[in-house]
Structures are given as structure tokens and as C-alpha cells.
Write a protein that binds this ligand. Structure first.
Ligand code: PEP
Ligand code: MG
Length: 322
């Protein structure tokens, strides 16, 4: 099997009946680029920039970040690189950035909420990204977007920094796509409205599942409720994909679900455009997709959406995909 997968390293990701999708990697540091390419990634679907902020005594400056982003963009040789802006808070803390103690950190002051308050931190990151944008194919996405207003504010700050750099005579790319992560049910429900304003969606199922099921993703006691194949999750995913396509936009997924063998047939059927996963899962996923017919998976997904339980969905996929 390993030998069979190895042959797919430089191949496109195509279903049996010719539907092309993109299989890309989740990375945390510039060092991960090598492994992504070695495992056949067609790009980076999620660069978790938190890691640039961790294991340090102070906030990373613009130049340090610029070099990291430039290195990833150059290393990926023009392939798309989706960088997520800082997603700190919740379970992720920074020693040098004291945050208020919260009763429910996962429902609290984190990610874009923090960035829109601490715009100094946000602006530094956006400047570094903008400066690096001329070295590759950069796309930027904002985490934990709950309202259209948050996206508009983030975009406005991005455009202000772009304008400032232009005045300073520093070149930036004019084709940076701006997207959002869909991790909060409110955003999935209003995806049709978001789709008119964003360039793309990336569904963060790790959080979307926890918020939809109201089940902490780290809590063993309620892990039975953490259900990627729950029809409610599948329906939310469908709403997002359909909404994006209606506006000529694309949808990716960068939660664990995107690399999951049982989920992939369903996601292909639902029309997902980009699957972002840990690099080591890519070749296996490419080989699986090559064996699946998109048309058949569409029918499968349609049935799954009307199942009542997770077990029914799993059974359905197992019987269809041997
Ligand atoms: C997600 O929520 O699915 C996601 C990719 O973000 P993280 O796992 O970093 O919260
Ligand atoms: Mg998340």
C-alpha cells in the first residue's frame, strides 16, 4: 500500500469519474513545509500561526513573522498557502499575554475576538503577511468568526494596513483572497450571507462539532457526543458548501474530519473543494478519492443527510465504500 501511495506524490487528486479536488496540509511552523511537500500536498490549507507566538517571552515582531511567512510561501513554490491569523485564547495561552480568567474560555475572549480588541497585535501580523504576500500564493483567513460584522472589521483593518504599506512604497500582492473559518454554528447558518462577502470558507470541524453538540472537544466524559457524522453536522457542512458555490466561491475543510476515511466519501459527495489534513494523511486520502465516484458519493451524501443517527451514517458509508 505504501508503494501504491508513493506513486501519487506528484499526481493531482481526482475522483474515479474525474472530479478534481485539492488535498492540502495543515502546518504549524515553516519547518513543516518539507514534510507537506514530501507527502504530496498541493498547498497549505491551514497554517496555524499560534506556534509563532508560543515558546517565547514576548510578542513576535513584524520582521520575525515576515520571515516565517516568506519562508512558507517560498517553500511551497507558488502553491496556495492559507494562513490563519492568530487563534489564541480558549485552551491556548501565552505566558507574556495575561488574559482575564474566564468561566468558559472556549466561549470567551479568543481568536478574532481578541485580535479585534488588541488591534496592535492584529495589525503587526497583517503587515507581516502583506509584506510576505509577494513571495507566493497567499490566502488569509480569520478564525472563530461569529458575525458578518467581525469579518467586515477584520477586512477593513487588513485594507488599512495594505494602504499604509502602499504609501510606504512597500509592494504587496493584489490577489490575496480573504476567507473565514466556519467554526461557529451561527456562521454556518448564515453562510449564504457570508458567501457574498468572503472569498472562501474553511470549515473548522474541530470547533464546529464542539459548538454544535455543546460538547467540549477535550472532555472525555462527553466525548460520545463529539460526533463528526451526526447528520446535523453534515447538514451544516452542506449549507456552507452550497452557499459558497452559489456565489462562485470555494469551501475547504481544515478540521480533523477532512482527513477521516469515513468522512471523505461524504465530503466528496457534498462537493467540498479542498481537504486540509495532517501531511501524513494526504496520500492515503488521494488513493481513496481515486477509487470513489463523485456522482455516487452525491447520492450517498444525500441519503446520509436524512439519516437519524451516527451509526446509520457509518453503516451507510461502510456498505457503499468497501
Ligand atoms: C478547527 O476548529 O477545526 C480547527 C482547524 O482549528 P483548531 O483545531 O486549531 O481549533
Ligand atoms: Mg478551531
Amino acid at each position: 500500500q505504501l508503494a501504491e501511495w508513493a506513486k501519487l506524490v506528484n499526481e493531482p487528486s481526482v475522483s474515479k469519474d474525474g472530479k478534481r479536488v485539492e488535498l492540502v496540509a495543515n502546518i504549524g511552523t515553516p519547518k513543516d513545509v518539507e514534510g507537506a511537500l514530501k507527502n504530496g500536498a498541493e498547498g497549505v490549507g491551514l497554517f496555524r500561526t499560534e506556534f509563532l507566538y508560543m515558546d517565547r517571552d514576548e510578542l513576535p515582531g513584524e520582521q520575525f513573522q515576515f520571515e516565517a511567512y516568506k519562508s512558507v510561501l517560498e517553500g511551497m513554490e507558488g502553491k496556495p498557502v492559507v494562513v490563519r491569523t492568530l487563534d489564541i485564547g480558549g485552551d491556548k495561552k501565552l505566558s507574556y499575554l495575561p488574559l482575564p480568567e474566564e468561566l468558559n474560555p472556549f466561549l470567551g475572549f479568543r481568536a478574532i475576538r481578541l485580535c479585534l480588541e488588541r488591534t496592535d497585535i492584529f495589525r503587526t501580523q497583517l503587515r507581516a503577511l502583506l509584506r510576505a504576500s509577494v513571495y507566493g500564493n497567499l490566502k488569509i483567513m480569520f478564525p472563530m468568526i461569529a458575525t458578518l460584522d467581525e469579518f467586515r472589521q477584520a477586512k477593513a483593518i487588513f485594507l488599512e494596513e495594505k494602504e499604509k504599506l502602499a504609501k510606504e512604497g512597500i509592494p504587496t500582492s493584489d490577489s490575496i483572497e480573504l476567507g473565514i473559518m466556519v467554526e461557529i454554528p451561527s456562521t454556518a447558518v448564515l453562510a449564504d450571507q457570508f458567501a457574498k462577502e468572503v472569498d472562501f470558507f474553511s470549515i473548522g470541524t474541530n470547533d464546529l462539532i464542539q459548538y454544535t453538540m455543546a460538547a467540549d472537544r477535550m472532555n472525555e466524559q462527553v466525548s460520545y457526543l463529539y460526533q463528526p457524522y451526526n447528520p446535523s453536522i453534515l447538514r451544516l457542512v452542506k449549507m456552507v458548501i452550497d452557499a459558497s458555490h452559489k456565489e462562485g466561491k470555494w469551501t475547504g475543510m481544515c478540521g480533523e474530519m477532512a482527513g477521516d476515511e469515513t468522512a471523505i466519501p461524504l465530503l466528496l459527495g457534498l462537493g467540498l473543494d479542498e481537504f486540509s489534513m495532517s501531511a501524513t494523511s494526504i496520500l492515503k486520502a488521494r488513493s481513496l478519492i481515486a477509487k470513489l465516484s463523485k456522482a455516487e458519493m452525491e447520492e450517498l451524501a444525500e441519503k446520509a443527510l436524512n439519516m437519524r443517527t451516527v451509526d446509520e451514517v457509518i453503516e451507510l458509508v461502510k456498505n457503499a465504500v468497501q
